[in-house]
Structures are given as C-alpha cells and as structure tokens.
Design a protein around this ligand. Structure first.
Ligand SMILES: Nc1nccc2c1ncn2C[C@@H](O)[C@@H](O)C(=O)O
Length: 418
C-alpha cells in the first residue's frame, strides 16, 4: 500500500523539473539545507504539514527531510495543489496526500492521513491542520511539541483560540516575521495575484479600473502592481489608517457600493467574508471580472452571484462566465478561491525562500525550546529575521555597512545630544 495519494504519479519527472527550477531561486533555504543536513537537528521528529503543494513548498518539504525529519503532507486549499509537484514528492518517498480539485471530504481525509504519523510538530497555512487536531483528534495534541502558522488568516484564528484558552500547544506565527509578511504578503501577493488574473483572462490591465478590497500587506501589493501596469486603482477599506495610506499612495478610496459601479476588475484581499455581495453584482458593469486573493473563498458571496445568474459556463480555465437576467456578464475567477495559487503558481520562489526559511528555522526552534513554551501564539525573534535577510543579501551579492563601536555607543547612550 503506497503511503501517498496524488493525481498521477507519472507526472513526477515534470514535477521534479519544477522543483529543480525553484531550488535555483531559493538560495536561503538551500543554504540551510546544506548546513543542517550535516547536523540533522530534526532527526527523530515527525512533521505533519498542511500547506499549498507548490514547487516552493516541495523545496521546504525536502529541506525538512534533509534535516532528519519524517514528513507527511497535505495541501491547504482544494485548488492550489500542483499535481506534478505532488507526484515528484511522492516519487521521492514523501507521504503526500494532495491533488488539484479535491472536494471538501477529500480535503479533510488528506489531513487525517497525515496525522497517522502521530506528529510531534505541525506546519500550517490557514490553521486547518491545527483545527482538525483540536476538534477531531485532541488526543494527538499531547504528542505535539508545537506548530507554526504561515498566513495572516490562520494567525488570527489561532490568536482567538489562545485568547479563549483553547490552544493545546504553542504555535509560532511565521506570518508575523518581517522577512515573511513584508516580502511574501506584499511583493509575492502583488505579483502572483496579477499573474493569476492574467493567466485566467489575458486582459489588458492598462487603463482598466481595478478595485482592490483591503489595503493590508496583500492588498497594498496588489494595488502597487496593478498601478504599475497602468490600471486606475480604487481601494476599499474599513480601517481609517489603511484607507488614509491608500490615498497618500495616490489611490482613490470609496465604499464598495460606489466602486462596484466603476470597476472592471475586482480583487478581494481582506480576510473577511461578504466583501462583494448581491447588491454589488447588481450594479457592476457588463464584463466585470471578480476574483479573490485572500486565504478563504468567503470574500466573494458566490451564492448571491448564482442567485442572479440565468446561465453559467467555464469560458477559460479558472474563468466562469455568469450571465445575469439583463444580459450582463460577470466573470468569476478560480471559483472565488485564491486566484494566485489556483490560477497561477503562487508567489515567486524568491519570496517563498524567506517565508520558508522562517518555517524551517521555527521547526528547529520548537525542538529546542517548544516544551518550555505555554500554549500561546508566539512571534519569532527579530534576530532570525536579520539572519535570513543577511543570508539573502549575501546570496544576491550585496554588501552593507556595519556600525562602528562609537556609533553603537552613541545609539546606546541616549543621553548624548547632537
Ligand atoms: N508559491 C507558494 N508556495 C506555497 C505557498 C504559497 C505560495 N504562494 C503563496 N503562498 C501562500 C502562503 O504561503 C502565504 O503566502 C500566505 O498564505 O500567507
């Protein structure tokens, strides 16, 4: 009986090429793999992971294994698994249960399969694995030293659990590491969301009115890249400081009720449900394109869209044309799920390199200090960010200045004047 379930194991060779390509663009993780394959700090540890199965994730998985860990993996979104990458991991002996287009039952079956290794460590993107342990297999939590969480939405869920005293083991908020959120969320989401839109539509962005819902790190990146391609960007927000920042960047800011009438392309990046609902669809222009780049598919209210449509058909891969009663057409991308991973390949390897360096080092940190931590959500130390950024700069051939002893003394002796 194989210890994996993938779409087609014969895709392994094609997937391996993708992983080889990603390795060439992830120098930090490859440096860490070389360093820790010698010392094997994860030997004897069992990691269950639930994170989008992409070529970049494959580099992380094989780095964890190179450091000695036993690894079992599932995808964290039914539409984000790259089947050839999953096949390559399976062919390389990884216990992986993931394929593109899983239904909800299969999605949770896969998570349960990864838990059969009785993990000591968990690695999550969206907290579905941690939630499954807490809600369905609480007895397995006693073996778990700790876990990590990759994304904003997941960290929010876990902080709420910790606050309610429900967290059964400590978790590092990898998302909150500067070398994750200020690179992956901004530059990664900015580029990969546009990539997803282009692969599903091939429309001209220049001159289009692009409505970005949410001006957090992700929305900021999407707005920046849409502007760079010549779009007229409108931002919608609920947080005054975020909206103010958007106006200072030159973006128009208005409520979605007004933006719905103007937009050609809509991108939700809020982490909140019901951002685009029935009344918005009713006022949209014919041909409006709607997509989401948030972790869950709750931001666009698809039942509302379905209720208004008299016809629906897939007009391109990841692109469904909904025809409304008055003949207007609305195009929904990737069924409202995260368009960057479902319709493209997710963030580029270069930014995932640092996100996953944080994941990798967090796993090692948990083996060293996890048993001393309370059942809470923790930030990774600042020095880890600086070390990851230092290695990244070095691999990019950049050198930077260093403070002299006198400058350090000046900084530390705040009493000194000018
Ligand atoms: N190429 C990629 N591989 C794996 C995961 C990827 C990804 N691009 C985005 N995410 C999503 C998340 O890792 C993270 O960016 C988030 O969800 O916050």
């Amino acid at each position: 009986m194989e210890n994996y379930k993938v779409k087609d194991i014969n895709l392994a060779e094609q997937g391996r090429k993708k992983i080889d390509w990603a390795e060439s663009r992830m120098p930090v993780l490859m440096y860490l793999r070389d360093k820790y394959s010698k010392t094997q700090p994860l030997k004897g540890y069992k990691i269950a992971g639930c994170l989008h199965v992409t070529k970049e994730t494959a580099v992380l998985v094989e780095t964890l294994r190179a450091a000695g860990a036993e690894v079992a993996w599932s995808g964290c979104n039914p539409l984000s698994t790259q089947d050839d990458v999953a096949a390559a991991l399976a062919a390389n002996g990884i216990s992986i249960y993931a394929w593109h287009g899983m239904n909800v039952e299969e999605f949770y079956w896969a998570i349960d399969k990864t838990l059969e290794i009785d993990p000591n460590l968990t690695l999550d993107d969206g907290a579905d694995l941690i939630f499954t342990i807490h809600n369905k297999h609480p007895e397995k939590a006693k073996n778990v030293i700790g876990g990590t969480e990759e994304t904003t939405t997941g960290v929010h869920r876990l902080r709420a659990m910790a606050k309610a005293g429900k967290l059964l083991y400590p978790v590092f908020a990898v998302n909150d590491a500067e070398t994750k959120w200020d690179f992956d969320n901004v530059y990664g989401t900015g580029q990969s969301t546009i990539d997803g839109i282009l692969r599903a539509t091939n429309v001209l962005i220049a001159g289009k009115t692009v409505v970005v819902a949410g001006y957090g790190h992700c929305g900021k990146g999407v707005a920046m890249r849409a502007k760079g391609l010549g779009a007229n960007v409108i931002v919608t927000e609920v947080k005054p400081t975020a909206a103010l920042k958007a106006t200072l960047e030159g973006f128009r800011v208005m409520p979605m009720d007004e933006a719905a009438k103007l937009g050609d392309i809509f991108v939700t990046a809020t982490g909140v449900k019901d951002i685009i609902v029935k009344r918005h669809f009713e006022s949209m222009k014919d041909g409006a394109i709607v997509c989401n780049t948030g972790h869950y598919d709750c931001e666009i209210n698809i039942p509302d869209l379905e209720s208004l449509a008299v016809d629906k058909k897939e007009i391109r891969p990841n692109n469904e044309m909904y025809t409304l009663k008055d003949g207007r057409r609305i195009f929904l991308l990737a069924k409202g799920r995260l368009v960057n991973l479902a319709s493209a390949e997710g963030h580029p390897s270069e930014v995932m390199d640092m996100s996953f360096a944080n994941q990798f080092l967090a796993m090692i940190r948990l083996t060293e200090t996890g048993k001393d931590l309370e059942n809470n959500v923790y930030l990774l130390p600042e020095e880890q960010d600086q070390e990851i950024a230092r290695i990244k700069l070095e691999t990019m051939g950049f050198k930077i200045d260093e403070l002299t002893p006198e400058q350090i003394e000046y900084i530390n002796d705040y009493s000194q004047g000018t």
